[in-house]
Ligand binder design. Structure first.
Ligand SMILES: [Zn+2]
Length: 113
């Protein structure tokens, strides 16, 4: 189950960048071509991040379209791997994005309030 591996990677990344501060929210983005189950990833993220940083952490997971570049020179958005090019209807495309799971942003607690 690689959703857990992704969740763990996100946790490490947040931990490295939070400068010892308290985390309140984490937003993660996943490409629709990443081959993960969004519900499973969402669950893993919530479990992993709340365990590491506390139950106050609000986890948001956004699923975004990927992008592909066709052999005919057209680049287009793809939401599933076997999508044809809208210009030439062909399948000779290279996926240029949409296969990644990454940390979009995170919020730390504002100590002044
Ligand atoms: Zn094309």
């Amino acid at each position: 189950m690689h959703e857990m591996a992704y969740a763990d990677e996100i946790r490490q990344l947040v931990d490295q960048n939070r400068q010892g501060k308290k985390i309140v929210a984490v937003t993660v983005e996943t490409g629709k071509l990443a081959g993960i189950v969004p519900e499973a990833l969402s669950f893993c993220l919530e479990t992993t991040l709340q365990e590491a940083f506390g139950e106050q952490v609000v986890v948001t997971l956004n699923c975004v379209d990927g992008e592909a570049l066709c052999a005919c020179g057209t680049s287009f958005k793809v939401s599933e791997p076997f999508q044809a090019c809208p210009n030439c209807q062909g399948y000779r495309k290279t996926i240029t994005s949409g296969k990644d799971v990454f940390l979009k942003s995170f919020e730390i607690e504002d100590e002044d309030e």
